[in-house]
Write a protein that binds this ligand. Sequence first.
Ligand code: SAH
Length: 209
Amino acid sequence: MQKWTEKRKEMVEQQIQARGISDKKVLEALLKIERHIFIPEGSLEEAYEDYPVPIGCGQTVSQPYIVALMTELLQLSKNDRVLEIGTGAGYQTAVLASLVKEVFTMEIIPELASSAEKRLKEYGYHNIFFRCCDGHAGWKEHAPYEKICVTAAPAEIPSSLVEQLVVGGKMVIPIGTWTQELLLLEKQEHRVITKETIGVRFVPMVKGK
Ligand code: SAH
């Protein structure tokens, strides 16, 4: 629908480019992916607004700028395999999947995991693999990953996730409790380089039973 295409263009210009995101591939992905498909019926009009939107089960889909920033920070290549923790509605998953070879996404809430899987399959993505469980331990069977994108906030960096990155790989992750710092990690041969980016507020990364 023309209306949504225009709203997406406005979103990209006013919220994303205006704040300094310049990676062409990221901007193209945000222009193309229909964010309103991931938003519950009752909040449709808020699909392209500059804030997170509730998606049920007490969770939210991240603000468009945060999705763009995390995607840009990862410096994705088309042959990358990416692990994502916190599928939620699957919007960030779709952005990642449009730019890389494969995305392995984990979600702890069954209702969200199954509706995101159904939606992304209907939408035509064939390079996304889904798993419903606690993501703290990562997804060992498919490791290592070139990139890891964590969209729920743990208090500390889960060591299994660092282990599952290739040397030279990058991870973006919000760390903290009430408010968090969005960290960019780069794994090197014998150390991990950590950079602070901006303050953020994600839902907590909960521990599975
Ligand atoms: N990226 C999502 C928004 C993420 S909201 C989107 O674009 O829609 C964060 C998600 O992380 C929530 O759905 C929450 O249920 C999930 N989550 C929280 N703790 C988790 C854990 N330990 N493992 C996997 N998913 C988790």
